[in-house]
Design a protein around this ligand. Structure first.
Ligand SMILES: Cc1cc2nc3c(=O)[nH]c(=O)nc-3n(C[C@H](O)[C@H](O)[C@H](O)COP(=O)(O)OP(=O)(O)OC[C@H]3O[C@@H](n4cnc5c(N)ncnc54)[C@H](O)[C@@H]3O)c2cc1C
Ligand code: FES
Length: 256
């Protein structure tokens, strides 16, 4: 556990915010996350988990969506405020490997861990397929576009306001190749579908899972997910310490 100081905390549009923290840490891996305490009081008592959006020097960036009390309180914190931070936590995304083309599939705020990852992909022709509800969420892609990455970006929106109308999985079905490795982050329903599509084509797929968390370090067992491992008693894995990134084929999707 350590402390970080807020440098910036600004609204990007709608319920989306970007938080920049000055934080001394040895380094992070794309796909890892941190736990932040959003208040000095006992309410909310538990830290909240957030994927690492960017990290450079001693500045850590988080992209977040206000969904409840904790994220609502976080959005009110001003520059100069110190926050309790635990991390970096979890395993991160494994590399795609030689001759493979990474495909990142993101839904909504699930775009967050891919900014750092996209910048570190050294092999193949990387793609980012982004599924959003509408225009507000597509604003989150601005940084990716201005970064000058060699990234094939395709967008779908449910309301058709930008990009293709429909689901991001429609784009994946069309563009998935034998040499692809899929990385997905977003709502559980999307992850399940992405994992199914990849499995049917014999393509490796990594999913970044979300669970409500308490300790963040594998102690409280609060973030357990069921895998297909046997016997059933040994099937549970902790999203915080065994993940958050798992091979999609390992997960028993019935537990979501
Ligand atoms: C490993 C990991 C990485 C994450 N990365 C990010 C990120 O980069 N950006 C971001 O905005 N959020 C991220 N989240 C989700 C974030 O932690 C939750 O949105 C946050 O904890 C909600 O806190 P709250 O007090 O505002 O909401 P609460 O009051 O706790 O809950 C409000 C509503 O949101 C729902 N909710 C709470 N937690 C989650 C969750 N994990 N997933 C889906 N719904 C949830 C609740 O069911 C409830 O309906 C991540 C979660 C995990 C586990
Ligand atoms: S949050 Fe406690 S074990 Fe994962």
């Amino acid at each position: 556990m350590s402390s970080a100081t807020i440098i910036n905390n600004s609204r990007l549009g709608g319920r989306f915010f970007r938080l920049s923290l000055r934080w001394k840490c040895g380094g992070v891996l794309p796909g890892q996350f941190v736990m932040l305490r959003v208040s000095n009081s006992l309410d909310p008592f538990l830290r909240r988990p957030f994927g690492i959006y960017d990290f450079s020097g001693d500045v850590l960036d988080i992209l977040y969506k206000v969904v409840g009390k904790g994220t609502g309180m976080l959005s009110t914190l001003a520059p100069g405020t110190d926050v309790d931070i635990l991390g970096p936590l979890g395993n991160g995304f494994p590399p795609a490997g030689k001759g493979k083309n990474p495909i990142m599939v993101a839904g909504g705020i699930g775009i967050a861990p891919f900014y750092l990852f996209a910048g570190e992909v050294k092999e193949g022709k990387p793609s980012l397929f982004y599924g959003a509800k509408g225009r507000d969420e597509v604003a989150l892609l601005k940084d990716f576009k201005s970064r000058g990455l060699k990234l094939n970006i395709r967008v779908s929106t449910e309301d058709g306001s930008i990009g293709r109308k429909g689901l991001v999985t429609d784009i994946l079905k069309e563009r998935l190749g034998e040499d692809s490795v899929v990385y997905a982050c977003g709502p559980a329903g999307m992850l399940k579908e992405v994992s199914n599509i990849a499995r049917k084509r014999g393509v490796k797929c990594y999913v970044s899972l979300e669970r409500a968390m308490a300790c963040g370090i594998g102690v409280c067992l609060g973030c357990a997910v069921k895998t297909r491992k046997h016997p059933p008693a040994s099937a549970y894995r902790m999203v915080c310490s065994d993940g958050p990134v798992f091979n999609g084929e390992e997960i028993d999707w019935g537990c979501f």
